[in-house]
Write a protein that binds this ligand. Structure first.
Ligand SMILES: Nc1nc2c(ncn2[C@@H]2O[C@H](COP(=O)(O)OP(=O)(O)OP(=O)(O)O)[C@@H](O)[C@H]2O)c(=O)[nH]1
Ligand SMILES: [Mg+2]
Length: 301
């Protein structure tokens, strides 16, 4: 595996490596999610995350994007499909978690050792997902599916505000899972996280700590499809809420967002106050994809 050298060079911290793919509809927030993760702005000192470090050039480019666009109150450009699956940028990041809560009682602690999540992650343009739906016969589609087979974890991002697209999503997801299962080399070990994005919006925010409930309420068909997939033993599924932009204020928090548009597809928005930009819920799904365990503190995110 590509990340083997990381293991060798840093024998101290515990390492957890994962090869991830981010999929989802156009504008579901995939690139913004990745760029916000790489930038990791205004870190909360009480967060279990110590740092997020880019390990390759693509990871550094993400930070530049976050600084030049998101932090200037602008949106990222839609990702485009001119690249073949092999050319889609592979962002490699290292997420360092603080020693697992040595302040907690010894039972829940696994020592004060640092934990590194090393991820290499490709963010596909939403066009791939749309092509899955429409079966346009795009020859790149098969490459893309083959490439997803290499992943240990899949993040399926949906804009939490696009509930009317449940049926479209489940149709795309069904095709995606069928293709994965047909040649599954992971033997039921693959994990899929359904990540609802843009959860700073009030109707999502109030239920952010109940992600499975929210997924079932908003995307019932997608939820059922994933549950069935799991019950068949094809792999594991879990649910998460996140916002790349986050909230403003503590007592009466409001979304740190200037809305550009709202429609059936969800919302488009930019950051309102970039100086106070603090995303939430970005690392929880990655931790689960890497380890198979939910991280209580990250879930509080
Ligand atoms: N309110 C809000 N808007 C967001 C968030 N994340 C992304 N957006 C907005 O959603 C829109 C699409 O975001 P992108 O990150 O470009 O979406 P994408 O999934 O990469 O889209 P494609 O590359 O076209 O597949 C932009 O207007 C973003 O600014 C979020 O956490 N909250
Ligand atoms: Mg994109």
């Amino acid at each position: 595996m590509k990340l083997d050298w990381l293991k060798k060079n840093s024998s101290e911290p515990q390492q957890s490596n994962a090869v991830l793919r981010v999929i989802g509809d156009r504008s579901s927030g995939k690139t913004t999610y990745m760029a916000s993760l790489a930038r990791w702005p205004n870190a909360d000192p009480s967060s279990p995350v110590q740092s997020v470090i880019p390990v390759n050039e693509a990871g550094e480019e993400l930070i530049t994007k976050a600084q030049n666009l998101l932090e200037q109150g602008l949106a990222l450009e839609p990702s485009n499909l001119d690249a073949s699956a092999a050319d889609v940028k592979d962002y490699t990041l290292r997420i360092a978690l603080k020693g697992q809560f040595s302040w907690k009682n010894a039972k829940t602690s696994i020592g004060s050792q640092l934990v590194n999540l090393n991820i290499s992650c490709k963010d596909y343009p939403g066009e791939f997902f749309a092509d899955l739906l429409q079966q346009t016969g795009n020859p790149k589609l098969q490459d893309y599916l083959d490439d997803c087979l290499q992943a240990t974890g899949i993040m399926f991002l949906v804009d939490g505000n696009s509930r009317r697209k449940d049926l479209e999503y489940v149709t795309g997801l069904d095709k995606f899972l069928t293709a994965l299962d047909r040649s599954d080399i992971m033997g039921g070990k693959r994990r899929i996280s359904l990540v609802m994005t843009k959860c700073e919006q009030s109707e999502l925010w109030v239920n952010r700590h109940k992600p499975a409930f929210l997924a079932e309420a908003r995307f019932p068909q997608v939820f059922r499809k994933l549950q069935t997939w799991q019950q068949m033993g094809a792999g594991k599924v879990d649910y998460f809420t996140t916002s790349a932009f986050g909230m403003l204020g503590n007592n009466f928090p409001e979304p740190n967002v200037t809305l550009l548009s709202r429609g059936r597809d969800g919302i488009a928005a930019v950051i309102k106050d970039p100086k106070r930009w603090r995303p939430f819920g970005l690392v929880a799904p990655i931790y689960w994809l890497c380890t198979g365990d939910r991280h209580k503190e990250l879930d509080k995110g």
